[in-house]
Design a binder for this molecule. Structure first.
Ligand code: SF4
Length: 474
């Protein structure tokens, strides 16, 4: 019997950095049917690979997976996502017989990486082991190489993104990489793609623990369509929805400002994380909302692979001390966590903080949460300026926030503690400060005032990766 054409590549690329063994493993049909792809398939593989409880998330035994969604690589709007699946370095139970017990971590990013993985012939990449020295992986269809990344170790992401393209001598590669925060095992380091698309929630620390700086992928194939007629009909329907023809999506709304479109509304409705989640409305929100971003910074709209929404915004700081910076954002989460949650209304200062967070490869949700917690602890007298290595960490103080970001990245002084996440910081400070340390299972909440949104609070409380703004729906 001839095999039916399939939308799947049915091959997993398995790379062991300790042994340098590279294998192409067939994915069982039943796993594809049962787990579909992306997060589901990644979780199944994680379950199979973690052979015993209590494995340290930062040990060579923890696999790190890059799993395209099932539609990744097809010209379907908003379907380009890549999910990074691994065991979490951020979460920890209240009690466990295993000192390194934690839950799962999965984080997805848009862009072009997932499609390229499928063009190269894979439904996922699994990295295990640990390279002896800093390394990066180059994948060109069947050709896979582990190369020396020593010259790039310590390089920030903005510079590294350009350097890697030159090194590869081919702009067709899609890349993802960590910054110094991942190398320094900041627990909430992220993995970046195109310098600002980020898989956060700690997956960058796992990549750093493997001495893996980057992955570059280039493929020449295409995933196949088994029923072209049905596919084209569905594609037209989906595009119709995205264009708003059926009233299903407010395409213009999201295209105009991306997720930043809701910054003003969330504040007006009292739903925003403000002042370490104590309040829901920021009186100075107009200084950092989407309208201001459009006037002051945004110069270009752009999209992920085949997405007609084009919700991404690239901007430039046009005046003041940070004038040379060109960067994406603010988006809702980055704009609020380094903005309203820290009471920062200086738009250019906010852009600089977002740029620094991304450039160092740091999850801005977690970093904004930890810094907000320290601001509250400082305000209430739980800690002194001396505890903060001399930083006057007051609400709205941009310079102090920039110093904290730098210290967290270098794990210097108070930054070393802050790099371990808000749960660890509260435990160290004590004095019942955990009452205003806002996390679930150790993972910091995103930019929502859950006091005003109980359904979302329930989603956060019950998510298996800790506080997850992508779990459930309100
Ligand atoms: S452009 Fe925006 S909506 Fe489209 S896939 Fe990228 S992030 Fe999602």
């Amino acid at each position: 019997m001839t095999e039916q054409p399939s939308e799947y590549q049915k091959i997993l690329l398995d790379i062991n950095l300790s042994t340098k063994e590279i294998r192409r493993i067939p994915i069982p049909q039943k796993d594809i049917e049962n787990y579909i792809g992306g997060r589901g398939l990644g979780m199944k593989i994680l379950w199979d690979r973690l052979q015993k409880p209590g494995i340290d998330a930062l040990s060579p035994e923890n696999p790190l997976m890059f799993m395209p969604g099932p539609f990744s690589g097809f010209p379907i709007p908003s379907a380009s996502r890549t999910v990074v699946v691994t065991k979490s370095p951020c979460t920890s139970p209240e009690s466990s017989p295993y000192p390194k017990a934690s839950t799962v971590s999965y984080s997805n990013m848009g862009g072009f990486l997932g499609p390229e993985i499928r063009f190269a012939g894979y439904d996922g990449i699994v990295i295990s082991g640990k390279a002896k020295t800093p390394s990066y992986i180059v994948i060109e269809d069947d050709r896979v190489e582990i190369r020396d990344a020593k010259p790039f170790w310590g390089m920030k992401t903005d510079e590294f993104d350009k350097t890697l393209v030159k090194e590869l001598n081919n702009q067709r590669f899609q890349t993802c990489y960590i910054g110094p925060a991942g190398e320094n095992l900041v627990s909430y380091a992220c993995i970046l793609h195109t310098t600002a698309r980020a898989a956060g929630r700690g997956v960058g620390a796992v990549m750093g623990s493997k001495n893996l700086k980057a992955i570059a992928v280039k493929g020449t194939g295409m995933p196949k369509v088994s029923d072209l007629k049905a596919f084209n009909k569905s594609l037209n329907d989906v595009r119709g929805v995205f264009k708003g023809l059926t009233g299903g999506m407010l395409t213009g709304f999201w295209r105009e400002a991306g997720t930043a479109a809701v910054i003003q509304m969330m504040s007006d409705d009292g739903l925003m994380a403000v002042k370490n989640y104590r309040e829901g409305t920021f009186a100075e929100i107009e200084k950092i909302n989407a309208k201001t971003a459009r006037e002051k910074a945004w110069v270009r709209d752009f999209a992920c692979y085949c997405c007609c929404l084009a919700c991404k915004k690239s901007g430039a700081i046009k005046e003041g001390p940070y004038k040379t910076i060109v960067h994406d954002g603010p988006e809702y989460e980055t704009g609020v966590m380094f903005g309203a949650n820290l009471m920062i209304s200086d738009f250019n200062g906010l852009m600089k903080a977002i740029y620094d967070g991304d450039d160092l490869g740091m999850d801005i949700i977690s970093a904004g949460n930890v810094i907000g917690f320290l601001m509250e602890a400082y305000e209430k007298g739980y800690i002194t300026q001396s505890d903060l290595d001399g930083i006057d960490l007051t609400w709205g103080n941009v310079d102090a926030v920039l110093q904290m970001i730098d210290k967290i990245n270098r794990r210097d002084g108070i930054g070393d503690l802050a790099a371990q996440g808000v749960k660890a910081v509260a435990k160290q400070i004590g004095q019942y400060s955990d009452e205003f340390a806002i996390h679930v299972k150790g993972l910091e909440l995103a930019a929502h005032n859950i006091h005003a949104n109980p359904p979302r609070a329930l989603c956060y409380a019950t998510s298996n990766r800790g506080a997850c703004h992508l779990s459930g729906d309100d």
